[in-house]
Design a protein around this ligand. Structure first.
Ligand SMILES: C[S@@+](CC[C@H](N)C(=O)[O-])C[C@H]1O[C@@H](n2cnc3c(N)ncnc32)[C@H](O)[C@@H]1O
Length: 274
């Protein structure tokens, strides 16, 4: 990956990936859960640390789940395998595969899931088309993503953080990604060949207000802001200076301990049936 043409705008910093490993079906794929049946075969695209993947496997005790991620994430996949073994979940496997060239035959899976991945790809319609290809007739595609236009840090201590969000919007656009991702899901699904009558949209929020919640989110969002490839690209393009990035880091410290501080993130969810 070069700074000018990053394949994946987050990068693989442990500090960021480890924060995702707390995710489960209940908090990240509740919109899909009612559609799951015990025998189902599921593909989890861009599974990262695999905590959702492993939990999906618990939801399909007579079925099977495959989590895939890119070659760059192979160490993360190794940890996901170890985690599954530690939790005694045996109907799950992890493999390296690119979302655009999934190494599976047409119509292989009952459900094809991707959590917080589509915002990072430069061709979301092709991404959805490839998910659709590997789903069985009657199968379901489930995609959940944030939308950078619907991130709100409050109050004024968060001003440098909100400015960083604007920098991220520019950086996503500069590298061919759509930062207002969530609001486009149904449009991309139609362009990818899904019947609009078989598409269901929903949304769910993440709210961080208690001291513990703010510590968790402040840590994740700070690392995402200053340690990800987004920050490197933004610096290289002159969208932000090193000094301003230091201010953003400092602002996270103030925001976490500001008793009025809170953050809300709106996530959009797409269920599309083949
Ligand atoms: C924000 S993480 C989400 C991880 C996991 N789904 C979760 O929610 O905990 C995005 C993941 O998508 C993966 N990813 C990005 N582009 C990909 C691609 N083209 N093919 C497969 N995985 C990809 C990244 O490596 C990363 O692990």
């Amino acid at each position: 990956m070069t700074v000018d043409t990053p394949e994946y705008l987050v990068g693989q910093a442990d500090a960021i990936i480890n924060s995702w490993a707390v995710r489960r079906v209940a908090d990240s794929a509740a919109y899909l859960a009612p559609a799951l049946e015990p025998h189902m075969k599921i593909l989890d695209v861009g599974c990262g640390p695999g905590s959702i993947t492993i939990d999906l496997a618990r939801h399909v005790p007579r079925g099977h789940v495959t989590g895939v991620d890119t070659d760059a994430a192979s160490e993360t996949l190794a940890k996901a395998r170890a985690q599954a073994a530690q939790e005694g979940v045996t109907n799950v496997e992890f493999a390296v595969a690119d979302a655009f060239t999934l190494p599976f035959a047409d119509g292989t899976f009952d459900a094809v899931h991707a959590h917080q991945v589509i915002q990072y790809v430069d061709d979301p319609v092709r991404f959805l088309r490839e998910m659709r290809r590997v789903a069985k007739p009657g199968g379901v595609i489930a995609v959940r993503t944030w939308d950078l236009g619907l991130f709100t840090f409050h109050p004024s201590t968060a001003a440098p953080i909100n400015r960083m969000i604007d920098v991220m919007v520019r950086t996503f656009r500069e590298t061919g990604r759509e930062p207002y991702t969530g609001r486009n899901l149904h449009v991309w699904a139609r362009e990818a060949g899904f019947d609009p009558a078989k598409v269901k949209l929903s949304s769910s929020n993440e709210t961080y207000h208690s001291a513990e919640e703010k510590r968790f989110w402040g840590h994740l969002a700070k690392n995402f802001s200053v340690k990800s490839a987004v920050a490197k690209v933004a610096l290289s393009k002159g969208f932000i200076t090193k000094e301003e990035l230091d201010e953003v880091e400092e602002a996270f410290g103030h925001w976490v301990s500001d008793e009025d501080g809170w953050f809300i993130q709106v996530n959009m969810e797409l269920l599309a049936y083949v």
